[in-house]
Design a protein around this ligand. Structure first.
Ligand SMILES: Nc1ncnc2c1ncn2[C@@H]1O[C@H](COP(=O)(O)OP(=O)(O)OP(=O)(O)O)[C@@H](O)[C@H]1O
Ligand SMILES: [Mg+2]
Length: 406
């Protein structure tokens, strides 16, 4: 069929042709945004889910909603190699300068700019480009101690006060939040806590892999009461059907029921996979309705595409030992698996691979759904590991048993 009219949108953060199954989270976000805007208490929230379930898409959607409510929004993605102060300062500066320009002089907004300058100085952020338009003296003694926890709170409170002074609510969006280090996460949580206590109009909306829940709890034990953690998962039942049927209906195309069932079964309802399968089956179909045969014929092409991109980029970031660990996990199936069972497959002591497991959690490849359990953060990664590493490598040869030594 006409590839130009293909409605599906596989990609990272690409808005889907039909954003289905997320009504509740969007409705809650709507209420939270409206409450904070009115100066009422509401919890900041962190969207939690595996790779490819649609966290970034939701974050972007909620950012649009915030802007419709008149919020000033800043959006950052926590990378693995840049630190939080360096990420926040340029966007906060933009917001403060915009608030400064709104109307006549406002001392609270000016103070926000001075505190930002102190903070930037304390964290030795290159002032080159940053300084332009900011002919302000730093607010000495505020947000400049060099202790991130204290300084970030002071900075964000000053920013939130500036927002309040202009009666403009603010939202900070942070994607891939599991990549923040413990100090940064602690600092951020404490800042949100203090802002909530003061009823200032600043909201934090984040997204991350499942390990983010444990990381926030570890950083600050009150985090679980401070935030909501909406779970974003695979699409179930009618939602999964709608994710496929609604977009094609817009082009006067349908799926045979059995074809739809097949796509839902192979994708297990994971949004990214639904988009990939939808996209390829559309391109391979000759006419409507899209048949089961077409879905089956598209199968190997879709797997190939996933192997070359979605799975492959993650695999390429792994060390040989990390690959072996994940391959051993895959041997046991989709998971979750007991760490002891994975070590058994590798024929090593569970303690000897504990650092490897931690490194993989930090990289965002696996997480621990319950104590001692390990699961993939990338859906269907077990099957990929078996395709890319058909042979299971034992980490070291089995040591001679006492029987053979005799
Ligand atoms: N509710 C939905 N219905 C249908 N498709 C969706 C839905 N949400 C997201 N998608 C599609 O899924 C894909 C992945 O979305 P997105 O990049 O937001 O996921 P993610 O959770 O941020 O993944 P990652 O953890 O890898 O960053 C995109 O192609 C998007 O169009
Ligand atoms: Mg994302």
């Amino acid at each position: 069929m006409d590839r130009v009219r293909n409605p599906f949108a596989p990609g990272a953060g690409t808005p889907p042709p039909a954003l289905v199954g997320r009504e509740e989270v969007l409705e809650n976000a709507q209420v939270t945004l409206a409450r904070i805007k009115e100066g009422r208490p509401a919890k900041s929230f962190l969207l939690i889910g595996l790779r490819g379930v649609g966290k970034t898409v939701l974050l972007n959607r909620i950012q649009d909603m915030a802007q419709e409510h008149g919020y000033r929004a800043i959006a950052i993605e926590a990378p693995e190699n840049k630190r939080l102060p360096a990420l926040l300062v340029p966007s906060l500066r933009q917001v403060l300068l915009a608030l400064d320009r709104v109307e006549k002089f406002n001392e609270v907004v000016k103070r926000g700019l001075r505190v930002l300058k102190s903070f930037a100085g304390a964290f030795k952020l290159s002032l080159g480009q940053f300084d332009i338009g900011l002919d302000t003296d730093p607010e000495l003694g505020t947000a400049d101690s060099g202790d991130l926890e204290a300084d970030l709170s002071e900075l964000l409170i000053a920013v939130a006060q500036a927002a309040a002074a202009r009666q403009v609510p603010m939202a900070i969006f942070i994607d891939e939040m599991q990549y923040l280090n413990e100090d940064e996460l602690s600092a951020l949580i404490m800042a949100v806590h203090k802002i909530a206590q003061r009823r200032l109009p600043l909201l934090l909306i984040g997204a991350g892999l499942p390990q983010l829940v444990g990381l926030t709890g570890k950083s600050k034990s009150y985090a679980e009461r401070l935030f909501d953690f909406p779970k974003i998962g695979a699409l179930k039942g009618q939602d999964a059907r709608n994710a496929l049927e609604t977009p094609v209906r817009g082009e006067n195309v349908t799926f045979e029921t059995v074809a739809l069932d097949e796509v839902i079964s192979v994708t297990q309802g994971y949004p990214y996979f639904l988009q990939e399968w939808g996209y390829q089956t559309w391109n391979m179909a000759d006419a409507s309705p899209i048949s089961l045969d077409t879905v089956r014929a598209a199968h190997s092409a879709v797997i190939q595409r996933l192997d070359d991109s979605f799975f492959r980029v993650r695999f390429d970031r792994l060390t040989p030992r990390e690959r072996d660990y994940l391959r051993a996990m895959a041997e046991l199936g989709a998971g979750p698996h007991r760490s002891g069972d994975i070590a058994d497959v590798l024929e090593v002591n569970v303690h000897s691979v504990a650092p490897l497991r931690s490194a993989l959690i930090k990289k965002g490849m696996i997480y621990s759904p319950a104590h001692g359990d390990t699961a993939f953060t990338v859906p269907l990664f077990d099957e990929f590991m078996k395709r890319i590493m058909p042979d299971l490598k034992r980490r070291k040869p089995r040591s001679p048993t006492s029987a053979s030594l005799l």
